[in-house]
Ligand binder design. Structure first.
Ligand code: ZN
Ligand code: ZN
Length: 303
């Protein structure tokens, strides 16, 4: 009797959390596709769609392959020109400068889901909704600058990376200028430049922010936990696809230095596919992945 009483509120709370997740993750992509559909032929067309997709992929991969898997976790090696390219395209996603982003993320891994985690939905005041919203984007308004000399001394020692970080406002400007110029040239009109700026610049940044934030919030609440990563990280298939492979987040917390996050054959990981392609043409080498033995010992997915 007493267990039935204590289980019911827990189940209701869980259903409530799932509803929030569904609304906050599924609604924006549906809203975006709906607006694209409604605006088709007037304020949105093939050129805008191509610019949006191209910018989303270029800047998104700059974050996932560059800021995350390369700079933060050192999961592969690459030539200097590729390093600079990854630093610039990651900066163009407008998620903060390179050194700050990596310091925040290393701090997240070091203190995952504890009080020192910059964006955990499992600590802090308030109910589930408040903590979810905090982990999604509220933390951005409260965060104190992480101690860079503690978290990213290796990156700070690289003059290229210090320069890329310092020039962050320039990369933001360029990330807005490219879609504007492309839109104007391809459409041959000022209106094309305006829609290129709106879709390839502003809407792309908004959507990409939301997807990246979902890795911090959704992927620490909802999904499977095949590995014991000593935190609440989860594998979430929807975020896995939208965030170019970053949603296989429990895999990532269990094996942080792996260049591959989708560890099972069915876990689609676009960033890993691109890293493999990069390695074929000499743009990446020494790709780190967990051995079959380590995976088997950890008891999770296999290849
Ligand atoms: Zn995490
Ligand atoms: Zn990470």
């Amino acid at each position: 009797m007493s267990s039935a009483i204590s289980t019911q509120p827990r189940m209701q709370a869980r259903r409530g959390a799932q509803a929030i997740v569904l609304i906050s993750v599924i609604l924006p992509p549906i809203a975006l596709v709906t607006v694209m559909w409604l605006a088709w032929g007037s304020g949105f067309g093939l050129i805008d769609l191509a610019i949006f997709a191209g910018m989303y992929l270029a800047c998104g991969l700059g974050i996932t392959i560059g800021f995350h898997r390369y700079f933060t976790h050192k999961s592969f090696d690459c030539p200097r020109w590729v390093k600079i390219m990854l630093g610039v395209t990651g900066s163009m996603a407008v998620q903060g400068d390179l050194l700050w982003w990596c310091a925040v993320h290393r701090k997240h891994h070091q203190h995952s889901d504890s009080h020192e985690d910059p964006h955990s939905p499992h600590v802090g005041r308030g109910g589930r909704m408040r903590r979810f919203l905090y982990s999604h984007f509220g933390w951005l308004f409260r965060i104190e600058d992480p101690d860079k000399s503690r978290y990213v001394p290796d990156l700070m020692a690289d003059p290229d990376l210090r320069m890329i970080s310092r020039l962050f406002p320039l990369w933001v400007f360029i990330s807005m200028a490219i879609p504007t110029i492309l839109g104007g040239l391809l459409a041959g009109s000022w209106f094309g430049a305006l829609t290129g700026f709106l879709w390839g610049g502003l809407v792309r940044v908004f959507f990409e922010h939301h997807v990246t934030w979902s890795v911090n919030s959704v992927c620490h609440i909802w999904g499977q936990q095949p590995y014991d990563s000593h935190d609440h990280s989860r594998n979430n298939a929807l975020v896995g696809v939208l965030a170019l492979g970053e949603g296989w987040h429990n895999n990532h917390h269990a094996f942080p230095t792996s260049a591959r996050h989708g560890l099972a054959w069915w876990q689609f990981d676009a960033s890993w596919l691109v890293i493999r392609l990069m390695s074929c043409v000499g743009m990446a080498r020494n790709l780190k992945t967990p051995s079959r033995d380590r995976l088997a010992r950890a008891g999770g997915a296999d290849d």
